[in-house]
Design a protein around this ligand. Structure first.
Ligand code: GAL
Length: 396
């Protein structure tokens, strides 16, 4: 029985679209018809707004890219389809780390299918720009970063490619905080939202370091999309970008090679830690049998070995399914897979707040606004920045 699958997502950049095309191909090969429901905007805030109005109007798509604690909120609304039959037939419980599987379940039943693991605490660099500026190695600490950035500035190039949108500001800030305070502080401040951590001197130091970065961005940064920031590295105009590994999807789509054209490393100060961001899809309750069959086939495909490989090779992420062959993946992906495992054992694996993994969407939104206001307004003192983030964290 064939049906139509309409899938909401925000994967519209070059690398993202390449990855999404793999899913479309997979579904069409099974006889289903694909209806793309793409809402542009990195990080997905625009997509979520559009999705809400469709669901409220009683006209949900078949599937949507929803992740982290938002999965629980949607399930609690009673609008999500139960995926247990597919999960059982495909043995998901034995193919996923338990912590991942738990996040995909609501009251013990699967309501979401995971596709990947993105690492967020990365720094990317253009090798030829580093060479031109006389920077010999990737910065491992924030002091090394600022020393390298000064050299790039002197060479007349952009030290840090940034896109000034609130979610990108928060993406950079969480990596700075992780590097400054370490994984335990990150967990206390940005996951547990502990008021003592949120008003500590380490929080102030994180904001000070974050603010210092701004002088190394270019005047055109405000409003710029993240993939256009990556393009500055691809075009040899900028040295560094601090961004999750969907940026690698852009390098790959442009034919650039890691180790040769660009370098990847854990963001300064965070070598032994890992901020994770898991992409996943939920299915909405639909009536027609054809649509339900298409949803079951989509869920099975998302977790299948073929899709987990081809999709993640383009997306810049690593497979979430255990036991996958990594031989076709590049060195950045291999490093990610190693660090995901070792940080999990060491207790330094933490959920990314800027990508919907750590706290409820309402709190994330409030913190995102506070951090972004601090970034954009130099008149806000560090002490006031600390206060407004703590206040945002107390959002109900
Ligand atoms: C993240 C998402 C990634 C990537 C990025 C930029 O939130 O998890 O898959 O697409 O946004 O759009």
């Amino acid at each position: 029985m064939a049906g139509e699958v309409e899938v909401l997502h925000w994967w519209t950049s070059g690398g993202e679209a390449r990855a999404m095309a793999e899913l479309k191909k997979t579904m069409q090969a099974q006889g289903h018809s694909w209806k793309d429901f793409a809402v542009a905007g990195g990080g997905g805030d625009n997509a979520m707004t559009v999705l809400k109005s469709r669901v409220i109007a009683g006209n949900p798509p078949a599937a949507a890219q929803i992740k982290g604690p938002a999965i629980q909120e949607w399930a609690n609304e009673g609008v999500l389809a139960n995926l247990d039959a597919t999960a059982k037939a495909e043995k998901w419980d034995s193919l996923l780390p338990p912590v991942v599987a738990n996040g995909m379940k609501y009251r013990g039943s699967y309501v979401a299918a995971p596709v990947n693991v993105h690492r967020v605490n990365w720094i990317w660099a253009n090798t030829s720009v580093l060479k031109k500026a006389g920077v010999a190695a990737m910065p491992r600490t924030w002091d090394e970063f600022f020393a390298a950035a000064d050299k790039v500035k002197k060479a007349g190039l952009i030290p840090l490619a940034h896109g000034g949108q609130n979610w990108q500001d928060l993406t950079v800030f969480e990596s700075v905080l992780l590097g400054v305070g370490g994984p335990k502080f990150y967990q206390d401040a940005l996951v547990k939202l502990d008021p003592a951590a949120l008003s500590s001197p380490t929080m102030a130091k994180s904001l000070e370091t974050f603010r210092r970065l701004k002088a190394y961005t270019d005047p055109a940064a405000p409003g710029r999309d993240w993939n256009l920031a990556t393009a500055l590295l691809i075009q040899n105009k900028a040295a560094f970008q601090i961004m999750g590994d969907w940026a690698k999807g852009e390098f790959s789509a442009a034919g650039k090679l890691p180790g040769k054209d660009y370098l990847c490393a854990a963001a300064p100060g965070s070598t032994n830690a890992y901020t994770f961001n898991l992409d996943s899809f939920v299915m909405f309750k639909l009536k027609s049998a054809g649509a339900q069959q298409a949803q079951a086939d989509l869920a099975a495909a998302l977790m299948g070995t073929t899709f987990q490989q081809t999709f993640n090779l383009s997306k810049g992420s690593i497979p979430v399914r255990l036991g996958m062959d990594m031989s076709k993946f590049d060195d950045c992906a291999k490093l990610s897979a190693r660090d995901f495992a070792t940080s999990g054992r060491a207790g330094s694996l933490v959920p990314s707040i800027s990508h919907g993994m750590a706290v409820k969407p309402a709190i994330e939104g409030a913190i995102k606004d506070a951090v972004s206001q601090f970034w954009n307004n130099d008149k806000i003192s560090v002490a006031d920045g600390v206060k407004s983030i703590a206040k945002a964290a107390a959002t109900q």
